[in-house]
Each structure stands twice: as structure tokens, then as C-alpha cells.
Write a protein that binds this ligand. Structure first.
Ligand code: DC
Length: 232
């Protein structure tokens, strides 16, 4: 399969969608299937948020203060022996540190700052210059790569996503309340789709994948078929 793929064109796959849709799992699996590089743009927003926290700059504060830290912020990805990628901040592997609730919340605040978006979008565009990439986020098909050969927009009903999130929290040993989890999903959807700068929006030419009623295997088979067609 790899030798066949070597002769295929190396396209850009842009994956956007709502939170708790399984975007990163899907993007990672598709990148593996395609032999492409995977870029988790959410990790980049999280790394900038971590940098702000470390420098005592409020992620919801003054844009000029936030802009100032970008001057000494270098974000990259380091490939691990198992093929996965860890985000680095000025050369330090911060993959673990960025996955906390605190950094996640700070990332959602800092992601509304236009200077931060410009800073990261420029890097993301450079990473995808050569094609052969799967990138996931909220604005990949609309802002980062409006000319991507394949755009997927993932969605599932808020109830299904809340159910998945509820199970995840339970598995982590928490005691979530379903009504709170659903309210949180709806709040994040609202924030993602209503912010002034690069709101989450389905690109006109995106293929919508609603995975509410699909098993993981059905969903991946469906996406692999879409990808194979896009490469022809
Ligand atoms: O996907 P995630 O939860 O790791 O993303 C962290 C935050 O960054 C999230 O609040 C949305 C924001 N984000 C964004 O605004 N644009 C992107 N391309 C990716 C993430």
C-alpha cells in the first residue's frame, strides 16, 4: 500500500469540527493510514497559553502583553520513537503540561487574540507547504488552508458528545453530572462558533461527517474512502 501511495499526490487534509467529536483521534489515524504528518493545532494554542501562564501574563488580559511574549515563544513538534508527536515550547517537551484543564481554559481565552492567531496560522501554513499533512483544529479549512484538497467537518449531536465526554470523565475517576457535561458542551459550541476572530465554521466545500450513529470502525472506513477518492 505504501508503494502505491508514494506515487499518489501528497494532499493537505483539513479537519475541523466541534469539541468532543473525536477530531484528534480521527486525524491521527488518518495520518497513519496515509503516511502523512499530523499536526494538532490545538496543542499549539495550548503551548502559547502555557507560555503566558509561566510569564504571569493573563490569557484573557491585555493583547499587547500577550503579543510581547510571542517574541520569545518558539513552538514546534518533536517526533517520538513510536511515531507520535509532542509539542515543544522553546525546545522543551510540554506535551504533558498542556493537557491540564487550566491550560485548556487558558488556550480557549488566548485563542481569541488576533496576534496569537496570526502568529500560529503563519507557522501552520509553513508546516503544510509541501502537502502530505493532516491538520486538525477549528479554522483549518476556512483560514489556514482555504485551498486544501480535502476538508472534513466533523460533527455529532450535543447529546452524543456529552455522553462520550461523560464516559471519559468517569473513566478518569471523576463523578460527572450529565446535565453539567451537556451544558459545558453547549457552552463550548457557542464560544467556538461566536467568537469574532476565526470562529468555527464549516467551509462551503467541506465534507460533513456526522458520527453520532457510527462506530469508530465505520467512521474510519468512511473517512478512508473519502481520502482515497480525494487523492485520485
Ligand atoms: O482542540 P483543543 O481543545 O486542544 O484546543 C484548545 C483551544 O484552542 C480550544 O479552546 C480551541 C482553540 N483552537 C482554536 O481556536 N483554533 C484551532 N485551530 C485549534 C484550537
Amino acid at each position: 500500500m505504501i508503494s502505491i501511495r508514494l506515487n499518489m499526490k501528497q494532499i493537505i487534509v483539513a479537519i475541523d469540527g466541534y469539541s468532543s467529536c473525536g477530531k484528534s483521534t480521527i486525524a491521527k489515524q488518518l495520518a497513519q493510514y496515509a503516511g502523512y504528518r499530523y499536526i494538532d493545532t490545538g496543542a499549539m494554542y495550548r503551548a502559547v497559553a502555557l507560555q503566558a501562564i509561566r510569564n504571569q501574563v493573563s490569557p484573557s488580559g491585555n493583547a499587547a502583553d500577550i503579543e510581547a511574549i510571542l517574541g520569545f515563544t518558539r513552538i514546534d513538534f518533536a517526533i517520538q520513537p513510536d511515531g507520535t508527536q509532542h509539542v515543544t515550547l522553546n525546545g522543551e517537551d510540554v506535551e504533558k503540561q498542556i493537557r491540564t484543564l487550566e491550560v485548556g481554559n487558558a488556550a480557549s481565552q488566548i485563542a481569541v487574540v488576533p496576534e496569537v492567531r496570526r502568529f500560529l496560522v503563519a507557522q501552520q501554513q509553513k508546516m503544510g507547504e509541501q502537502g502530505g499533512i493532516v491538520m486538525d483544529g477549528r479554522d483549518i479549512g476556512t483560514v489556514v488552508f482555504p485551498n486544501a484538497e480535502l476538508k472534513l467537518f466533523l460533527t455529532a449531536s450535543p447529546e452524543v458528545r456529552a455522553e462520550r465526554r461523560f464516559k471519559e470523565l468517569q473513566e478518569k475517576g471523576g463523578q460527572p453530572v450529565m446535565a453539567d457535561v451537556l451544558a459545558d458542551v453547549n457552552d463550548r459550541d457557542y464560544r467556538d462558533t461566536h467568537r469574532a476572530e476565526s470562529p468555527l465554521k464549516q467551509a462551503d466545500d467541506a465534507i460533513v461527517v456526522d458520527n453520532s450513529n457510527m462506530t469508530r470502525e465505520e467512521q474510519m472506513e468512511h473517512i478512508y474512502r473519502i481520502f482515497d477518492n480525494a487523492c485520485k
